[in-house]
Design a protein around this ligand. Sequence first.
Ligand SMILES: [Zn+2]
Length: 288
Amino acid sequence: MSRGPTPGIVTVPGWQCYPWLLAGFSTRRGGLSTVYAGGGPPEQNLGYTPEEDPLQVAEARERLIDALLEARAAGSGGVRPDLITVRQCHSGVVCQVERSQLPLASADGRASLQGDGLYTRDANLLLGILTADCVPVLIADTRTRAVAALHAGWRGTVQRIVERGIGAMSQRFGCRPQDLIAAIGPSIGPCCFEVGVEVREQFEAQFGYGGELVAKVAAQPDSPVRLNLWEANRRQLLDAGLAPSAITLIGECTACTRLDDGRRKYFSHRAEQGFTGRMLSLIGTVAS
Ligand SMILES: [Zn+2]
């Protein structure tokens, strides 16, 4: 049907039992972009990065949505969901969106809303978060079918964007924590995310458990530390009332996970010194 290789998607183990739910994290493999490929096979860049052809991005996003619909066992029911993204700015801002607000983007697909999280209760929308090391967190309410997509880099994490997102869903839609499921997507892991003392101090000041999120890389008091953003966001989900069993950690590090051919499975802003593409994490529902 669609030309070119199949877009790489990581789905959430166990979520196949919700036929109304669409969710997945893109990988680097299976695209049409050559900008960051270094002469290797074309890649799936889903972000409007400065070096990328915007037409390529728009087509890659359509191909990813096709692949997500095809991967869904029950099929799409013939309805194609509309994608909404947001102009991400490392904030703690979450935006409620509705179908009536569409397109919420310019003609070439660039987002018009600004913030770092999206949530909705409308079916046939796909909420998208772009990352290349930052943590994408997807949340679904199995009772009300509200969904959220959140962008939790270290700045968003320290601003408690996950707790804010769940708070907004509860306030707006009456979501209850016992009905929520969440997935923490591919992102820079505790193996690779080294930060300085100023970032460590912000985590220790903001969270009672902040000291548990860092591991020193040397003995000196001002030594850099490795920060565990996966655990930081898992703790926020737990503090919001989710059961441990309702949280899935994909657990793949964007900086060091390699495919069999030795190439990176994901784009990594840090490992590639900022010259890299973006993955797109998607969540939405279809009427069933
Ligand atoms: Zn790593």
